[in-house]
Every structure is written in C-alpha cells, then in structure tokens.
Design a protein around this ligand. Sequence first.
Ligand code: XMP
Length: 516
Amino acid sequence: MDTILILDFGSQTTQLIGRRIRDLGVRSTIIAGDRRLDDATLSDVKGIILSGSPASVADDDAPRPDPRIYHCGVPILGICYGLQRLVAELGGRVEVSVAREYGRSRQRYRTAHPLFHGVPDGFVSWMSHGDSIRQLPDGATLVTESEHGLPGCVAFAQHSMVGIQFHPEVTHCEYGDAILENFAIRICGARRQWTVEHYLQQQGAQIRKQVGSAPVLLLISGGVDSTVTAALLLQTLDPQQVHLMYVDTGLMRDGESEEVARGLRALGARHLYLIDAEQRFLSRLAGVDDPEQKRERIGDTFIEVQQEEVKRHIDGDYFLAQGTLYTDLIESGRGVGAKAKVIKSHHNVRSPLVEARRAAGRIVEPLAGLYKDEVRRLGTLLGVAPEIVDRHPFPGPGLAVRILGEVTKDKCDILRAVDDIYISQLRARGLYADIWQAFSVLLPVRSTGVTGDARGYGYVAALRAVVSRDGMTADVFAFPPQDLLEISALITNRVPQVGRVVYDVSSKPPATIEWE
Ligand code: XMP
C-alpha cells in the first residue's frame, strides 16, 4: 500500500503529521528519525517527511536521518527542524535566529512551487522555531519568506526535495491540509488506499496471531476508547476469550456504571465483571493533592484490583488489553523517537505494573495507532451505539483530576451533581455535539455568597467546554451566553454546596484541557 514515511525527530506534533496524511486517505508510518532504513521499511514508500524536533542542528548529538533517504529516489519534505537538517546536510548554514518566530506568520511567495498549488499568497502559517536558515545550499531556491523576512520554504536542487519552516500539521496553519495533500498526492503521487476498515482488518489479524486462544482481559473505563476496544476484541476473537472488567472507582459520573454495563452486554459480552472498589480508591487518595501522585495511585490501585479479581475469574496466563490511543502515547513521552516532552503521565501508559506486562509482550493495544475521531469511525463500523461513540472523552483517573486538591466522597458527590446538570443541559439544549469535550471541575476554594438573608460560603465550580480535532490543541467553545447563565443558575439552585460558577476561557496551549 502506498505509504508516506515520517521520520520522527521528537516534535510534539509529529503524530499530527501522520494523522493529516491519513485523513487524506494515504497510509502513513512513523519511525524514529535516526533509524537505519532497510529495504523492507522503504518498500511501499512514495515520499518521506522529516519532522520537527526540540533539538537544534547545531547540537553535536542532534538526530540525523539515514543518508539513504537522499538516494532512494522519492520526494522529501522537511518540516521545521526537518528543513534545517536538509539545509545543514546539503551545505547551507543554520543559526540561532535573531527574530524568533512563535505562532502566526504570513508567508509571501518568491517563486512558485507545486507544494503550494491552490494556496494564496500571504497565507497564515504557524511557526515555532528558535533557529533559522542563514545561508542556502548551492542550487537551492527560496520559495516563500515569512513576514519577518526569514525563509519559510526552500526548494533544493536535488530531485523533489523541499522544506518548510512552519508547521502545516497544526490546525492553526491556513491551507496546512492542502500543503500536505500537495506533497503526498501531487508531488509523491501516493494513492489514497488507507481506511479505517483496512486498519480493522490489519489489527484483527495481528491480534489473532498475537494472542492465539489465550484469554484477553480488558479493563473498561466507560469511555469510547475502551468500549470500542471491547467491540473490536469481541468481533475479532471468540467472545468466550474476552473478559471485560469494569472497576467502579467511585470516581465515575452519575449513572455511568449502569450505562456502561448495558452497552457492553449489547455488544455481545459474555464475561463481564463489575467490581465496586470505591472505598479502596478513596482511601488510597486520602490526603493526596498532587495530580501526578493521584494518577499513579489510581493506576496502581487499578492494577492491584485487577490482579486480585483476575485470579478469581481467569485460569492461567492472559493478555491485558488497553484502549490506549496515539495521543496517550505521545503526551507521555513514549512516542516514536521517544523525545516528546512528558506533559501528563496518562496512567494507562506509565504505570510500572503495565510496563511489566508490556515488557513481557502481554499487552494488546489495538487503538494505539489511532486518533480519537478515527476511533469514533471505527466504533460506528463495529456497531457501537451512537450515544457511546459520540461521547466526549473521559480521563482514566475520572473525577479525581477534576477535583483539585484532595479527593473525598463528599466532593465526588458534589461534582457528580454539578456535572450531571451541566451535561444533561448541554444535551437538552442541542449543544453537546458541537463541543469536543465538556466537564465541570471542583475548585479547592470557597467563596462568599448570599442566599436569602444568609451569608453562604460555598464551593466554586468551573465549567469547561472545548472544541478540538484531536485533543492535542483546543479552543474554548464560544458558549451562547444565555445558555451559560441559565445552566449556572440551575447548578447553584440545585447543588447547595456550590455558591459560584465560572467558565474556563483558556485554550490549549497554553492550558491543558483537564485542570490537573
Ligand atoms: P489534556 O488535559 O492533557 O487532555 O489537555 C487531553 C485529553 O486527554 C484526556 N486526559 C487523560 N486521559 N488519563 C486518560 O485516560 C489521564 O490521566 C488523562 N489526562 C487527560 C483529557 O480528558 C483530554 O481528552
């Protein structure tokens, strides 16, 4: 199948490049940027993209691609560090920039290039670089220049080799998709052969081969990821092999556990274990207010409960399946190239116990190559109910990372009541589907209020609603003010412990979507 090979030098957005290429219907493969390339890796490759990097080409230990890329006869696109790498390797000069460029910058054409077919002069690009090009290699031409007078795109004398200083993969770059499409389809001639159906077939075959007839245990969180993983396992394997375990941590939303169980039975689950572990989780969280420590304790408690329970239900060895996504991996610094910075340790990736299963080759992660909206498409294909497929993402540690500071049962109950009103109002007002993720957060502060003649001293609840394509970046949802005011009034009227409601107006970056 025609493939675009992406060499990952550790940029936070490398996975987005792969994702955008797949959105075009073209298969993309991401490998470590400095890996040696053999014939098998290059076999269906129609083009190569060099990613950005936190490294600088000036560093001695900065990663370099296998020189074979220059001789295998396929077009190359360098992005940011990728461009600088090409410039440095081909005899040009890269230096720390006088004018650093971060964020928006308009590009002006100096000459035409097929990479910009259909892209108007002055388009807004998205920059994030400290180094820039001081001197082009022999025979290279400047294709665009940024509004700050720095090279934006360079075409090299060598066969179809081009580089851009900006990031076409981020949503804020105008015509970013068109630029990547021009590269993959127009310049490389790759055919659109990638589909979710194909992914399902490929994963199905791989899982059958990996697990044989051994039992597979899947921990269900209640979110779309684990439900789609369950559906995939139930369809790919003998349902008798598939053991589904749902641990009620006490950190779930109102009515969630019952809804999850109904959904799984409808998908044909035969072995479904529902475990009430609220007491245990809450006692492990007592006195803990650091978010990473919360995640670690929850992750470890999950695994402890699982290990105890599994002995009761499964004989002998088993595989552990997880609904891990691409985004979970990169944001935990485990992305290909292993240089992405750690932002939050998503518990399903970093827990030492999971690492041990991983090291033993006993982990099945069938969604690890997919982004959230691809998982939704796969879910629909597998017959998962639309209300589950369209559900906003919910983090593994649940309400624990939405209660800032120490987590207690009382606070969970308050937040459940708030969130139930918020989410059911979003559905009733037809706003739910316009939002990528909405939730409420309980702040560890009290604020003065007045109810009737009495002075109150209630909690502050924050409402969050963001729009996003994949959770990697997010914008604030432009909430219709009247709806926001009415929902806020419902919350303070119906939840007596909450005296004040605020709306979070921060985008990601610089904030993250969750508050912890
Ligand atoms: P952030 O807050 O990192 O969130 O911008 C991006 C997406 O990831 C979810 N998230 C988590 N999911 N375990 C999870 O399974 C976690 O620890 C975790 N932290 C954040 C978040 O809800 C959003 O969809």
